[in-house]
Ligand binder design. Structure first.
Ligand SMILES: [Ca+2]
Length: 320
């Protein structure tokens, strides 16, 4: 019954008049256009990007949706690191080898990680999200819950259009404004996007050279170490304290060895004494991994052990 009521409310909720601040979308947009102008966005871009836009009900629905019952890591991994994706990753690594190797050299990030992130974020650029980023961000900036954050992102998105990297119509992304083949938010675009093909435009939507270089630059600036792996699967001893299985606890590999952590094959861990953490995304009854600094770097991209572990596993599988 409650579910039915919620659905009814979503369907009949009058979108034009119920922002938390009491403003209609149109009134909000009028004020925002002035603010954009004051922030240095050209009148041409404001007119092209904002004229006639409407709030998107689907975006509000997704923003309000309570998290579903959380799936297990085992299930997530099956979805995200499946054989079809591994095969496609290998094919694309081969097909784009020259470009990827140049990016690897320039940024110090191995090609398989760039391809793995590309695969997990947008299924290698084939699923970049069909939402118009300006309309989505305007909806979220008006609607309330995280309005300040989304207004800043919207101003940055307009700046991207103003600088001629993409048109408003072609600026597509996720419902929450993550854009292009590597799903950068507008703020990440300004921090990390790179012109990989030197044509003067930062095009993470349609230019693979820009997508690869931007992804590598993100990881490089977030602390990637070229000569380290991300981590590896391990066996934990029965006595392993479950509160120690978290990326927040960082100790040298020698410490984890002293607790009885072994490689998954049952042999000793390699001798390198990196700083490392133990993660067990499904708890101690599920798979466990020892993870190094590069894992923390992947978590700077997306703060989730499911995500970071899957990127590492997919990268390994692609490179194998
Ligand atoms: Ca470019």
């Amino acid at each position: 019954m409650i579910k039915f009521l919620l659905i009814t409310m979503l369907v009949f909720w009058p979108l034009t008049a119920h922002a938390k601040n009491g403003q209609t979308f149109e009134a909000w947009l009028k004020g925002f256009r002035q603010e954009a102008l004051e922030n240095g966005i050209s009148q041409t871009t404001i007119d092209a990007a904002l004229t006639g836009i409407k709030p998107l009900p689907k975006v509000i629905e997704l923003d309000r949706k309570q998290p579903e019952h959380k799936i297990t890591f085992a299930k997530y991994k099956q979805n995200v690191v499946n054989q079809q994706r591994i095969n496609e990753g290998r094919r694309l690594l081969t097909e784009n080898r020259t470009q990827l190797k140049a990016v690897e050299q320039a940024f110090g990030v191995p090609a398989q990680y760039i391809v793995a992130l590309w695969g997990i974020e947008t299924n290698f650029g084939t699923n970049t999200g069909g939402f118009k980023v300006i309309d989505s961000l305007a909806t979220l900036a008006w609607e309330g819950r995280r309005a300040t954050f989304f207004k800043t992102e919207l101003l940055k998105a307009l700046k991207i259009i103003d600088q001629g990297h993409i048109t408003a119509a072609a600026m597509k992304g996720s419902w929450a404004g993550a854009m292009g083949q590597n799903q950068f938010m507008p703020s990440s675009f300004f921090n990390f996007a790179v012109d990989g093909n030197n044509d003067g435009r930062l095009d993470i939507w349609n230019t693979k050279a820009d997508v690869f270089a931007s992804t590598a630059n993100y990881l490089s600036k977030s602390g990637w170490s070229y000569n380290q792996r991300w981590g590896r699967r391990v066996q934990l001893p029965k006595t392993f304290p479950k509160e120690m299985a978290t990326p927040k606890i960082v100790k040298p590999v020698s410490y984890w060895k002293s607790l009885g952590v072994k490689d998954i094959s049952g042999t000793d861990l390699p001798p390198d004494n990196f700083n490392a953490s133990i993660v067990a995304p499904d708890g101690l009854g599920g798979e466990a991994y020892i993870v190094y600094g590069n894992y923390q770097t992947i978590m700077a991209w997306n703060r989730s052990t499911y995500f970071a572990t899957s990127v590492g596993l997919l990268a390994d599988a692609i490179a194998r």
